[in-house]
Design a protein around this ligand. Structure first.
Ligand code: 5GP
Ligand code: ZN
Length: 113
């Protein structure tokens, strides 16, 4: 989709540090990391805007996103981690292409919010 930062990353129009890519999903390091390990995992297809738009036609790729999260955390040796998906501006969402933050590499046990 035009003017979507993550679609541009998928297309290679904006550079990113990719840690995983297949035909349906890409994972890359967040440009402004909130933890030592901060990876964004996204479907290549533009699912706007977030979790509230998951439905029968895109649920399979979202399931695959979680399969990729399990795979890359193992490969990168990230044992304890948190998966976050902000949905809506009031939740802190800034990019309207569904994405899942994977945060790890530090103690995340104290607060969840
Ligand atoms: P949100 O705030 O929508 O939940 O998450 C968007 C995330 O995308 C933010 O953590 C932000 O740092 C990251 N981000 C925004 N623009 C870029 C970019 O051009 N490259 C990368 N790698 N991350 C980005
Ligand atoms: Zn997009």
């Amino acid at each position: 989709m035009a003017d979507c930062i993550f679609c541009k990353i998928v297309a290679g129009e904006i550079p990113s540090t990719k840690v995983y890519e297949d035909e349906a999903v890409v994972a890359f390091r967040d440009v402004n990391p909130q933890a030592p390990e901060h990876i964004l995992v996204i479907p290549k297809e533009h699912v706007a805007c977030g979790v509230c738009e998951i439905n029968a036609s895109n649920a399979a790729v979202i399931g695959h996103v979680f399969e990729v999260i399990a795979k890359i955390t193992k490969e990168l040796g990230i044992q304890d981690f948190r998966v976050v998906s902000n949905n809506g501006e009031g939740a802190g969402q800034t990019v309207p292409h569904i994405h899942f933050h994977v945060l790890g590499g530090r103690d995340l046990s104290v607060t969840m919010g």
